[in-house]
Design a protein around this ligand. Structure first.
Ligand code: ATP
Length: 319
């Protein structure tokens, strides 16, 4: 199977209609569907791959809208369930003029946090070649237990586990709790990806030198990645490591670039799992993922910017 199953939250970001304002200053907001795991599933489907999303939405206008977005983008929504008592999560997000991102979450609790293990579509999860997840679904029960259960079902069925923590500090009770919980499932990942910020958060060291990254390495891992924005990324396997520069693009909005990168890389890995053992193949998969992330950074929003395979190949050929 080449199926990528992505687990976690799908929500609506409300983003200001004008750039560079604080949440308080924003004159109006537009809906931008998101949630990193949902973005990854759509990234895979946009590239022509098989993808499914597992998670819970509110049984409301927004929840049904998000499920329709999954289907319209060719993502299997057979793992989506609806909560009649809780709303679909909302987040107001802005990039202020000073470059700081400001978040305000409406999750009290939101439907995504209420997924239970009994609601998991185990048959779907068992079909996964790769099972991908983040850490937001670890923040509170019952979703945390459902997340752990889903990982177990996937692993048992032979899937590779892929982890992008996607740190959102504001959602955790404390930094310490975030670090502990994010690392509590670190050892299970076959593939793990962190940004520079997450590397510093998890190791306590502000450096992307190999000896720092190696603090996150585990002997059971197949691939560890550190994304570096326009600088591309660094990769580590048991037998080899390296860095792959990205492509030069006009950056507009990096929202979703990390998810596009992950989606593209997972797409390549399910198409040829031997890429994990072959440095040339892995570098070529990472180039593809860098190009996919780069294109996503050239347009506003996450889902609308995710490229097709043809668009990715075009950027790679033109470089
Ligand atoms: P996110 O910002 O989505 O939470 P992230 O920090 O991992 O996640 P980035 O490092 O910004 O995401 O981007 C992921 C990948 O996309 C990078 O490793 C790079 O390959 C590509 N990319 C992102 N921004 C640019 C850019 N401005 N120019 C070229 N490539 C980019």
């Amino acid at each position: 199977s080449e199926l990528v199953v992505s687990f976690g939250e799908m929500l609506i970001d409300f983003v200001p209609t004008v750039a560079g304002v604080s949440l308080a200053e924003a004159p109006a907001f537009v809906k931008a569907p998101g949630g990193a795991p949902a973005n990854v599933a759509i990234a895979v489907a946009r590239l022509g791959g098989a993808a499914a999303f597992v998670g819970k939405l509110g049984d409301d206008e927004f929840g049904r809208m998000l499920a329709a977005i999954l289907r319209d983008n060719g993502v299997d929504d057979g793992g989506v369930v609806f909560d009649s008592g809780a709303r679909t999560a909302l987040a107001f997000v802005t990039l202020r003029a000073d470059g700081e991102r400001e978040f305000m979450f409406y999750r009290n609790p939101s439907a995504d946090m209420l997924l239970t293990h009994a609601e998991l579509n185990a048959d779907l999860i068992k079909r996964a070649a790769v099972f991908h997840y983040g850490s937001i679904s670890l923040i509170s029960e019952p979703c945390r237990s459902a997340h752990l259960c889903a990982m177990e079902i996937a692993k048992e069925a032979g899937a590779l586990l892929s982890y992008d923590p996607n740190l959102r500090e504001a959602l955790w009770p404390s930094r310490e709790e975030a670090r502990t919980q994010i690392l509590s499932i670190w050892d299970q990942a076959d593939i793990a990806k962190v940004s520079e910020v997450e590397l510093e958060f998890l190791t306590g060291i502000d450096s992307v030198e190999d000896d720092v990254v190696m603090k996150l390495w585990r002997p059971t891992m197949k691939l560890l990645l550190v994304t570096l924005g326009d600088q591309g990324c660094k990769y580590y396997t048991r037998d080899f490591r390296g860095a792959v520069p990205s492509y030069k693009v006009q950056q507009v909005d990096t929202t979703g670039a990390g998810d596009a990168f992950v989606g593209a890389l997972l797409r390549k890995i399910v198409q040829d799992p031997s890429s994990l053992q072959d440095q040339k193949k892995l570098e070529s998969a990472i180039k593809f993922a860098n190009a996919c992330g780069a294109i996503t950074a050239t347009k506003k929003g996450a889902i609308p910017s995710l490229p097709t395979e043809v668009e990715v190949l075009k950027l790679m050929e033109s470089a």
